[in-house]
Design a binder for this molecule. Structure first.
Ligand code: PLP
Length: 404
């Protein structure tokens, strides 16, 4: 990989903050966008702006064709069996809420159980808690060990005749742990239980083949994979999506409407109510094509190298505690240094031009489990460099010396 060439595709990376070169290490929260993605959005608005699926006129048909081509790009990227299994949403959060609402409406009644894990993002907790209060379902939680890995023997014990679905993250946004999702899916399927994989933190780092994985649902966000905000993906096996009722009403999700009753459109449109953010959909495909050109295997190998380097250097710092020490990790590192508050560390690093995330990372139950309020999190992308990591380490040491 030619990192300098890659970095030049991301103009924001050569900007400064507080007069210092920006070092962007908050890629778990959102990734920066290559020029081709931003230019695609501009191009669509300048040349092809019309509502999709609504018009017989040229522009509308052009926009519709591009949006449907984007669906095929996503389908091929995750190797879905058919493009109708790819639903465009506003992001991971909306995708999980969609499944929680529609799946539970169809398949869950009072006392039924959904299994999630102790390391979930709030999106994969609260969506189900809403169903707890609406339908009286119960949540069961897979615990983690001291390295921040799921305890699969405990998972097996949680499965009961009332279990209706398992919903787990592929990669923890706090610990970086890559969960053994193939094994989890295999275990769940041996009990005929479907599985949702939250790929918000994995799809940009690890090649995903939904047919090989055999997951029933998979969700991710455009903005974390170098694409635009406001667009995301729900992959669902056709058999489940066909059985589930629509999530929202209006727009392209109908077949016929009368005051006596309404019939619904086929997949994927049944789950796409209202005018979609189709410029974002099209630019998501541009982002995916950009990543494919670099190659996810090269991206993973380079990010693994950065992760190893950053971890080794961090471990040399006095009083460092790293949260998440699995052997199978993605490029996310959460840490604390001595008694320095994570906000203090984050704010002082910011003044040096270094952007890291601080706080609970939308994973408060995990923080409770770890017995802390929050961490500092550096999350690395393929445009980061060892030099930037050196600057992070130097910055942390400077903060540590300020606090004595
Ligand atoms: N799931 C995980 C694992 C995440 O890391 C995030 C965001 O950080 C989400 C879900 C929510 O994603 P979004 O805010 O894009 O919907």
């Amino acid at each position: 990989m030619d990192i300098e060439q890659i970095r030049s595709d991301f103009p924001i990376l050569s900007t400064t903050v507080y007069g210092k070169p920006l070092i962007y290490l908050d890629n778990g929260a959102t990734t920066q966008k290559p020029k081709c993605v931003v230019e695609e959005i501009e191009n669509i608005y300048y040349t092809t702006n019309a509502n999709v699926h609504r018009g017989v006129h040229y522009l509308s048909q052009q926009a519709t064709d591009l949006a449907e081509e984007a669906r095929v790009v996503v389908q091929q990227f995750i190797n879905a069996g058919h493009s109708k299994e790819v639903i465009f949403t506003r992001g991971t959060t909306e995708s999980i809420n969609l499944v929680a609402h529609s799946f539970c409406q169809q398949f869950c009644s009072q006392g039924d159980e959904i299994i999630i894990s102790a390391m979930e993002h709030h999106a994969n907790i609260v969506s189900w808690q809403l169903q707890e209060s609406i339908r009286g379902i119960k949540l069961k939680i897979i615990p983690i060990n001291e390295k921040g890995e799921l305890i699969l023997d405990e998972f097996k014990k949680l499965i009961s005749p009332r279990t209706r679905l398992v919903s787990v993250t592929h990669v923890s946004n706090v610990l970086g742990t890559i969960n053994p999702v193939e094994e989890i899916i295999g275990i769940a399927h041996s009990h005929d239980i479907p599985v949702l994989i939250d790929a918000a933190q994995s799809v940009q780092h690890i090649g995903i083949d939904v047919q090989k994985l055999d997951c029933d649902f998979l969700v991710f966000s455009g903005h974390k994979i170098y694409g635009p905000n406001g667009v995301g993906v729900l992959y669902g096996k056709e058999k489940w999506l066909n059985l589930m009722p629509p999530y929202q009403g209006g727009g392209e999700m109908i077949k016929t409407v009368s005051f006596k009753g309404t019939t619904f459109n086929e997949l994927p449109f049944k789950f796409e109510a209202g005018t979609p953010d189709y410029p974002a959909v099209i630019a998501l495909a541009t982002a995916i094509n950009y990543i494919k050109k670099i190659g996810l295997d090269s991206i993973k190998a380079y990010e693994d190298e950065l992760l190893r380097y950053c971890t080794d250097e961090l471990l040399k710092i006095d009083g460092i505690r790293i949260f998440g020490t699995s052997d199978n990790k993605s490029s996310v590192i959460s840490f604390l240094v001595g008694n320095i508050h994570h906000y203090d560390m984050g704010m002082l690093l910011d003044k040096m031009g270094i952007a890291v995330r601080t706080g609970h990372h939308c994973a408060q139950p995990l923080m409770e489990e770890l017995g802390i309020e929050g961490t500092v999190r550096a999350s690395l992308a393929f445009y980061n460099t060892k030099k930037e990591i050196d600057q992070l380490i130097a910055g942390i040491k400077r903060v540590a010396s300020m606090f004595g």
